[in-house]
Design a protein around this ligand. Sequence first.
Ligand SMILES: C[S@@+](CC[C@H](N)C(=O)[O-])C[C@H]1O[C@@H](n2cnc3c(N)ncnc32)[C@H](O)[C@@H]1O
Length: 360
Amino acid sequence: METYSTNNNPSVVSDYDVFGQSIMVRGSEALKMLGLSRHNLERCVENGYIRKIASNDVFLYDETDIQKFMNTKTYHEMLNGVVDKRNSLNDLTGKEWIPETKSYMFQKGLGASHPHAQIEKQHPAPFSFQDIESLVKFFTKTGMSVLDPFGGVGSTAKACELLGRICTSIELSEKYHNLSIERLESEVGKGASKHHNLINGDSCVILPQVASNSIDFIVTSPPYWGILHKQDQKVKKNRVQYNLDTQYSDDANDLGNIENYEQFLTILCDRIFLQCGRILRKGKYMAIIVSDFRDKGDFISFHSDLIQRLNKATLPEGGVLSLQGTKVLIQNHKSLHPYGYPFSYVENIHHQYILIFRKK
Ligand SMILES: C[S@@+](CC[C@H](N)C(=O)[O-])C[C@H]1O[C@@H](n2cnc3c(N)ncnc32)[C@H](O)[C@@H]1O
């Protein structure tokens, strides 16, 4: 067999050689492509998945065989392991499951100039559909149901569409509701919005109509009281300059427009989250994404106030919500502001909390 090295300098070892129709690669390149151990590469050869030949004292592997093998279930299982038969929570293997149990994650995003960030940008406080994807993947199996009672511009619905889950998303503002439909149709595919239940309405009214024990996972981010009304002038000015909303709506049913903080917490917990708990199937999870914030000189620990009210709270038709963890969502990309300098400690809040409750 004739060997054609792709490298013109014979003293330098090339990773590629051509044998007739086949491109053959050296072991190091094959291992790089596959991400497997040498032992597993040899198992693939023994089992007839990848052709191996000896040439000029080196072993070479068929690149086309490698590429074909990488599309097989056997390869996926070799790389990630298999899904445990007893796993009724998600479709993850042990190797995929364990890293997801870390108590922190870094916020992902498309970047402001990405074509698929343009609808999202019209909302003053969207979460990243990629972060929600990780949660949906962990807390559901394909085909399961997900609810977001504060749907915004459909980030949860988009994550569900991409992962083959069914989303019920409730949003008070007609503008954001319409944008969420447009987002699914334009960013995921024509007809995508029809796979989900996108509702324009007040969750305080709609949730009591949803059947008990009917949803597999709830993930949401509520209004952070009236924080958008109080926001930093600089932040507000940046959005106004681009004709973008600085608050959700003027609607009296918008929870972001309740003036008193205690009253806001009561409505949010009693009328939204305890109802969500009733709707959740037994043993299933609810993830609430929130941040702490400042109100004038006070630091409001919103996440801790929610935990105080919701942990061990009794649900309308029985059962309790039980806190399982608080995952920190790190927002490393945010700009730093010189708040308080040079007089006092005023925090740049660059993280959110994901409060994870389970219905017991
Ligand atoms: C933090 S945002 C959610 C953003 C959403 N996660 C996204 O990525 O687009 C909160 C949303 O709750 C909506 N909202 C406020 N009060 C509501 C209510 N009573 N019922 C339903 N939605 C409400 C607001 O209009 C706003 O879009």
